[in-house]
Design a protein around this ligand. Sequence first.
Ligand code: HEM
Length: 400
Amino acid sequence: MTVEISPPQLPMQRDCPFDPPADYARLRAESPVTRFSWPNGVEAWLVTRHEDVRAALGDRRLSVDRTASPPPSLALGRASGVMLPRSLVGMDPPEHTLWRRLIIRELTVRQVARLRPRIEEIVGECLDQMAEAGPPADLVRAFALPIPSLVICELLGVPAADRAQFQRHTEVISAVDSPAEQVQAASSALMGYIGELITAKRRHPGDDILSHLAQATVNGSPVPDEGVLGNGMLLLIAGHETTANMIALSAVTLLAHAEQVTLLRQDPRLIDRAVEELLRFHAVIQYGLVRRATQDLTVGGQQVRAGDWVVCSLASANRDEASCPVPAEFRVSRETSVHTSFGYGIHQCAGQHLARLELKIALSALLARFPRLQLAVPVAELPFRTDMFVYGVHRVPLTW
Ligand code: HEM
């Protein structure tokens, strides 16, 4: 049965900042693969059950490649298209396989574990500066944004002094209502910036990911420039934005659940479980992952035709009662928090080990440094990011 629903509104309406829109629960029960229209009028299928989301993301007949049919900026819901440079998130195999190998080897559990002392140092410096300036502080500006930005700068070999510039461009690209021309301009500026860095690194390579990509070869030939540029830009954006928002949102979620933060303070070893639960609780890629069918197929019992667009809702999948008992409850001690927040299948997040480590170090240190940490305003007054593709909070005034 196909039930018509009103299209997810951009910004999408949430009743509570800690929960995805309530409509998802009804869809999972009544119409788990449902037709809807984006605000730009293009129609698509929305997949809301955990099992179906994983099956769809693991299905090679659902493609991410938009070159054959340039998107009318579907994921963005905008009227006119913006072409972002080609990167892993827009490549199917075998092109994807080549670039994925080059990138994943830079971000293995082992590689990332080596960064621990440096991440701890960066976190410590941010906390020192917060303590020195005294309360109130904006957690986003003072802590959540600088930590992953500084870490990804070091990994990529991007000057930390330029971070205000790339953070600004990222904000424009990420806002759901940025006009297409502005997104195009921000994307071109970022491409120009990374392009210059790559040229410099070809002349004087360092021991960083951009230098490694710029020098990579396949069957003896250099890898295409476009891929170095596109993937460099993807890593720079994905490497700081999602994690920054998860750090801020996690801190707010913990502070708003007093009994959970007490449990974590009493037993700091719970941090591994707490981070996994926070990832389950908030799928920050809030409007889901977009795919396009290359052949006819069935998704969750629904016939999908070649050429149809399919959106997998990670936020809904994470709250599916079939994969998680009492999913609306936030419990830092939950033994297994099954989630799709890093996606699933061949495109599953390449930076997830780094993201987890940053979250664990940042949240543990924040709670340890300020035993009386609290929100300086009620949760209802916080500006949550329903206007951005990556959910989070724009500002978090804190006191201690
Ligand atoms: C909490 C933080 C993060 C979240 C929630 C997150 C989420 C995701 C999701 C959902 C995808 C799948 C996209 C798709 O299937 O279309 C993805 C892909 C990706 N992420 Fe992350 N990410 C995070 C942090 C990071 C970090 C720190 C990096 C880099 C250091 C990174 C790099 C990437 C890359 C390169 C891909 C593309 C993988 C591919 O297409 O093969 N992410 N991420």
